[in-house]
Design a protein around this ligand. Sequence first.
Ligand SMILES: Cc1cc2nc3c(=O)[nH]c(=O)nc-3n(C[C@H](O)[C@H](O)[C@H](O)COP(=O)(O)OP(=O)(O)OC[C@H]3O[C@@H](n4cnc5c(N)ncnc54)[C@H](O)[C@@H]3O)c2cc1C
Length: 201
Amino acid sequence: MGSGAHVIHYPLRRGELVSFVGIVERGDWQVESWTEKGDVEEFLRNFAGWHEDVHTLIRALDTPFKWALMGREPASNWTEGRVTLRGDAAHPTLPFLAQGAVMAIEDGYLLARCLEASRHDPQACLQAYQDARIERTSRIVRGSADNAKRFHNPSLAHAEGVAAYVDREWSEEKVRALRMALRIQCGRSAHRAAGVANALR
Ligand SMILES: Cc1cc2nc3c(=O)[nH]c(=O)nc-3n(C[C@H](O)[C@H](O)[C@H](O)COP(=O)(O)OP(=O)(O)OC[C@H]3O[C@@H](n4cnc5c(N)ncnc54)[C@H](O)[C@@H]3O)c2cc1C
């Protein structure tokens, strides 16, 4: 993590490959594409001054690809009559909580359950699906956007700033409060899921 940027990397295929993504904030992106080629020199320039390990990973790339991440406020509705959306189409999310694919799978599961339970009334079923999903997905969309501010905090550009940040954000007291909030939230989600399952029976 650093000022205005962060990197993510993890091994794939038992360590034969490494997935490497560098995220840089900029406001001038106009290209709509997943296949726009970048180049290693540009990538290195974007991460000038970062740790040598980051540069080693960038230099090991053949052809980097670049694409825009567009932040959006959560939609308040994604169902009209007998038409609905799922996954990114319903709740496009910055990938900073690693939950986009997870939410798409959850949507698919719940949608299938709803359709199975009330084939005779597809409109009510699609509405029940959206009602069950909208609060959780909106929370994740907002949480992911909030993480951009955390990951790209300008004070993370120097060691003292990092130390102060970790002391503040990861104090025992704060972690305990977070754990408690998560427990309450998980309890609520389980309760809501049980409610949807009962309503569809
Ligand atoms: C850098 C990055 C890292 C990520 N990391 C994670 C992670 O760690 N964990 C996680 O859970 N999520 C992660 N995500 C998010 C995740 O990839 C998406 O949320 C997920 O793929 C959304 O699934 P989807 O089915 O909604 O859409 P997509 O996966 O985009 O699928 C839509 C499909 O529809 C096709 N399509 C589009 N238009 C048409 C058309 N007109 N006709 C026919 N087909 C069409 C597309 O080609 C595509 O195959 C990450 C995303 C990015 C960008």
